[in-house]
Write a protein that binds this ligand. Structure first.
Ligand SMILES: [Zn+2]
Length: 298
């Protein structure tokens, strides 16, 4: 009786094991033959070591902190800039009316981008040309809500619903080089350079390989997102997504990273607590109910 049970269990397991092995071989062959982007992502994950960035906790005495009302921030001093660089936009954190975007034309094109990214974007495009001798073009930048709605209706599998797309912020860009767009972008030297170096200019690969379970979107080597410095470096070197980075910042803690101070806070009585003596302060809502303060140490 026992032997019979064992035999029937083995008979059941046999086709399942066969199916798993066939699926694995099929996926491997498909990846090798048709998905250079997955191959790149896999090799990068397995073999390209990145030195992580440590977020060191700083202690401040209360006399070294200034509580500043949110609505007085930008008028207070030229040392403080309000941006949207760290606003998290995804299906869970939608764009709402509180986010106010300042869009400008990129060079003399009709492409609109957030005014705060212009200098870093110019430097990025210059740097990639210098290092790879390939010219990178911009396929898509800002999209209006109407555009996003239309694109989503036309192709709901590819484009996300309105108010869940970073393209509506002017902080995200789709890049390509001649004849190599979308997932083929990573086949080019420029695509690979962007992957490993765009953080130097404040940009990240927003939808990394194997992080769909966090971002909700599969690997997109062509889609970069501006988050600013030093955040892009932290995200790249720690192999994080924007989601993971923002949630790694504990509320009301001050962190020191490469000469910067970073703090994520929920306004108390409409005020944020800003350490005295910081320079080039930037304050961005993170679109999860908090603000992220970034400033250079003296
Ligand atoms: Zn995109």
């Amino acid at each position: 009786m026992k032997t019979q049970e064992k035999t029937s269990r083995f008979r059941l397991r046999k086709p399942i094991i066969f199916l798993i092995i066939t699926a694995f071989i099929g996926l491997t062959l498909y990846t090798i033959n048709f998905r250079n982007d997955w191959m790149f992502g896999l090799m990068d994950t397995l073999f390209h070591e990145r030195e992580g960035v440590l977020l060191e906790v700083l202690e401040y005495h209360s006399q070294d902190i200034e509580s500043i009302p949110l609505d007085e921030l930008s008028s207070l001093s030229t040392n403080v800039k309000t941006t949207n660089s760290l606003s998290l936009i995804n299906r869970k954190h939608r764009i709402d009316d509180d986010l106010d975007f300042n869009l400008v034309n990129f060079r003399d094109t009709s492409l609109l981008v957030d005014e705060n990214i212009i200098d870093d974007l110019e430097n990025l495009l210059h740097d990639v040309k210098q290092n790879t001798d390939e010219k990178v073009y911009i396929a898509s930048t800002y999209r209006s809500a109407e555009d996003q709605e239309r694109i989503h209706k036309e192709n709901p599998r590819i484009a996300v619903p309105v108010n869940t797309s970073e393209h509506q912020t002017g902080l995200a860009l789709d890049l390509y080089v001649s004849k190599k767009a979308q997932r083929e972008f990573i086949d080019t030297d420029a695509g690979k350079w962007i992957h490993h170096n765009s953080w130097k200019h404040g940009f990240i690969i927003r939808y990394p390989f194997l992080k769909r379970y966090i971002t909700g979107i599969g690997y997109e080597p062509w889609h970069i997102r501006y988050v600013g410095k030093p955040h892009a470096e932290i995200i790249y070197k720690n192999r994080w997504t924007l989601e993971e980075y923002i949630y790694s910042l504990e509320e009301d803690v001050y962190y020191a990273v490469n000469g910067y101070v970073i703090s994520r806070q929920c306004p108390r009585n409409g005020e944020l607590d800003i350490p005295k003596g910081l320079e080039d302060i930037e304050i961005s809502p993170d679109n999860t109910g908090f603000y992220i303060i970034t400033g250079k140490m003296e």
